[in-house]
Each structure stands twice: as structure tokens, then as C-alpha cells.
Ligand binder design. Sequence first.
Ligand SMILES: Cc1cc2nc3c(=O)[nH]c(=O)nc-3n(C[C@H](O)[C@H](O)[C@H](O)COP(=O)(O)OP(=O)(O)OC[C@H]3O[C@@H](n4cnc5c(N)ncnc54)[C@H](O)[C@@H]3O)c2cc1C
Length: 441
Amino acid sequence: MGRFRGRSTTVLKPKSTHQVSQIMKWCYDKRIGVVPQGGNTGLVGGSVPINDEVVLSLSNMNNVRSFDPISGILVADAGCILQSLTDYVAPYNHIMPIDLGAKGSCQIGGNVATNAGGLRLLRYGSLHGTVLGLEVVLPDGTILDQLTTLRKDNTGYDLKQLFIGAEGTLGVITGVSILTPPAPQASNNVILALPSFNNVLPLYQTVKRQLSEILSAFEFIDRTSYDLAVKHGQGRALSDDEVAGAECFVLIETSGGRREHDEEKLSDLLGNLLEADKPLVNTGVLAQSPAQFSSLWALREGVTEAVSKEGKAYKYDISVPLSSFKDVVDGTREHLRAKGLLHDKAVKHVLGYGHVGDGNLHLNIVADAYLPEIQDALEPYVYEVVASHRGSVSAEHGIGAMKTHALHYSKSPVSIALMKKIKEIFDPRGIMNPGKVLEHD
Ligand SMILES: Cc1cc2nc3c(=O)[nH]c(=O)nc-3n(C[C@H](O)[C@H](O)[C@H](O)COP(=O)(O)OP(=O)(O)OC[C@H]3O[C@@H](n4cnc5c(N)ncnc54)[C@H](O)[C@@H]3O)c2cc1C
């Protein structure tokens, strides 16, 4: 996002866990700060040094260590790129339990370190469930080998969970053991144009009821997000007739075991929706080929890229109750208008998209440039709105360097005090990704 810039002079690219351990021991002894870096696709400045820390890139640790096609358990170096792991397990008829727009660059270690959510969370759950084991190098160079492939292990504290979502502040993840689900035999998708946001929740209820076990994604994009995606060439634009009168769009994906059965369920759903007395949707476009399937997805996945092409983005990745998605987006727009900041030279767009199934809204404010007056208008405003809903200031991207000051809107003083104690146990010299997640005292 170009918002953070450090002054590091050194990037180290170890090739083995042993080398990572040696680097950490050296840095520990000399009290040198270390920033673990994966694919550098994070959106909160977590992988960027703040001062002159050593950057420790995992990109040379990119081998699959083992894969068991019977259990579907994959053990891989942390530097493996998510897409390459997806390609690796595909011939065995498996998929990675996680999928996100940055899959061509992000690494599995970075995914674990950020507890990335993404597009499959609705179906396969979070990495707290699918990660079975981790190998981690601690700040003093000690190798913590918890790279188990067991599905069940109730022997005391589950230490690996602490590193999932720790954003490199407790240790360097060097190996990941993860459960990969069998590939669905048939996937399909449909994009629905809705006349009003008020229809999203009743639609979600109807879709869950009718598609039940084959529903694998239910993604929401508002009209502004859709228009920007189309403007910047992301995916297949719907016709003028199809988008006329649409306030927002929902992309539904199904993944199941038998194509005919799934297609029948999906077209029955579409028929019921369109023929209802009071239709919840204006129209729907069902993918007719693998190419269309991808281009419908690109409309949703491409919003992030479209936003960055359109201008400078203030990104809020928040969890709030589904019913308040629209109020949060509209309220932010009105707030900026009242401050006189909604015009061509300041804020160009306020938009919302996200994973409805997970209650995760991506609120984006696109401006011509990063300006202090926009920042001041947005914060703490957005965080106060989130806190008023008992929501989360970071649903999936993490805290990084960007949101340390906002952690207290989602975590109580008791929780933050315990987090600091945990940090102190693992990293008494404060060398692991300093200034990220927790503010300096
Ligand atoms: C187009 C696009 C779409 C995205 N979509 C999603 C999405 O749907 N869901 C989502 O959750 N995120 C999404 N993201 C954000 C980002 O891709 C994820 O946070 C991703 O998991 C980061 O992985 P990375 O390898 O790039 O990590 P980096 O950006 O390199 O690092 C992220 C953090 O993890 C730490 N870290 C990295 N590797 C390690 C390691 N081996 N050990 C310890 N710490 C480490 C870093 O220090 C940093 O704090 C998206 C980003 C883009 C650009």
C-alpha cells in the first residue's frame, strides 16, 4: 500500500530452519530487531520494518516436505507460495483449505502468521482448525518443533495456536502442517443483482436453507465496488439490463460431490428467487463454463486491485453484525461528507465488500492522496463505530504496524495485559517484529 517505509539495509534469505535458528541466535545476542517477511502482501504493514531491523525473508524455504494423499495432510516449508501448494495437491484431488486474492504471492507461513481468512473460510473454517502443527524458531534461536500431523492431540497447552495470527511477533514460522480437504467434484457460481441491501440477509437465510452443505461462499459487493471492478477490467461485466437498479451484488459459490445434483440445486434456487412473489433479487447470472466461473469470481476478487488502481485506499477490515454492513458504509460516507471531504480532490469513493458468511466487511475509502485530514476524520470514527457494535477492528488482516493504536477498541485491558505477558515470555528482548501488534510501552 506504500504507507510504510523502513530503513533496513539487510535482507537475509535463509534456506533451512537451521539457518533461521543461527540468524535468530545472532540477532538475539546482539539485540537486533528482526522482521519476518513472507510474500509481502499483508495489508497492515506487518512485514515492513519500522526502523533498521533485519528483514528475514522466507522465500528460499519453499519445499514441500511431505504429503499424505490418504489423510490429505501436507507438511511444507513456510515460504511455499499458496498457489504453488494449491497446484501441488491438485493432482491428488485435494485443495488448500484457504484461498485468497493474493494467492500467487503470499506464502503459507505468512497466511498462518496473519491467520488469513479468505474465500473458503465459510466452508473449511479458520487456520486455527486446519493447521495441525508448526515448526517455529523462537527469538533466541531455539527451534520449537510442533510439526505434528495428528488430528487429535490433547496433551496440554496447544502452543501452536499462539503463533497463528501473531504476525511474527513471537517467532519465525519455518514449517507448517495443514489439513487439505478433498477437492470438490463440482464447483459452480452465480452472481445475483439485488435491488436493496436490505435483501442480503433474507437472501443469505434462503440460500443457506436451500443449498445447505454445498454452499461454499457467499460474498457481498456493493454497487461502487462492482463499478470499480468493472472500470479496472476485473472479471466479466454484466449487461446494462442486468445491473439496472442494482444496489449491490452477491456472489454465491457451490462446491459439492456430484455435478448434476449441485447444478439442479443451484438452478432451482435461482428459479425460486426470480419467480418469488416479492423477489429478493433482480437477476442472476449463472456461470456456464470454467472461464465464466473464473470471471465471475474475478469481479469479487478484483475489487482489492481495482481499488488500488483507482487511488490511495484507507482500508478497514472489520467484523460487525451482518445487519449493520450498509449502515457502517453509508454512515462513513455521510460522516466524510459532513466534514467536507467527499469531493474529487479528497475522498472519491466509500465502498464496502466482504465475506457475508463470516460477518467480515471490507470498508474502503478511496482518495486522491493520503491526507492527514482524511485520516483524522476516519479515526477514531470508524473504530468507535466498530466498538459500538462489539465488533473487531481487524477481522482478518491483522494489526501490523497500522492498527496498534486501535487494538483497545476490540480487546479489553485485561486481554492486552495478558498479550504483553505472553510476548515477554517468548521475546524478552523485544527483537521479534518490534512495533507490530502491541504498541511500545
Ligand atoms: C489482493 C489481495 C487480496 C487479499 N485477500 C485477503 C483475504 O481474503 N483474506 C486475508 O486474510 N488476507 C488477504 N490479503 C492480505 C494478505 O494477503 C494476507 O495477510 C496474507 O496471509 C499475507 O501473507 P504473506 O506471505 O504475504 O505475508 P507478509 O505480508 O509477508 O507478512 C504478513 C505478516 O506475517 C508475518 N510473517 C510472514 N511470514 C512469516 C513467517 N514465516 N513467520 C512468522 N511471521 C511471518 C510478517 O512479519 C507480517 O507481520 C489480501 C492481500 C491482497 C494484496
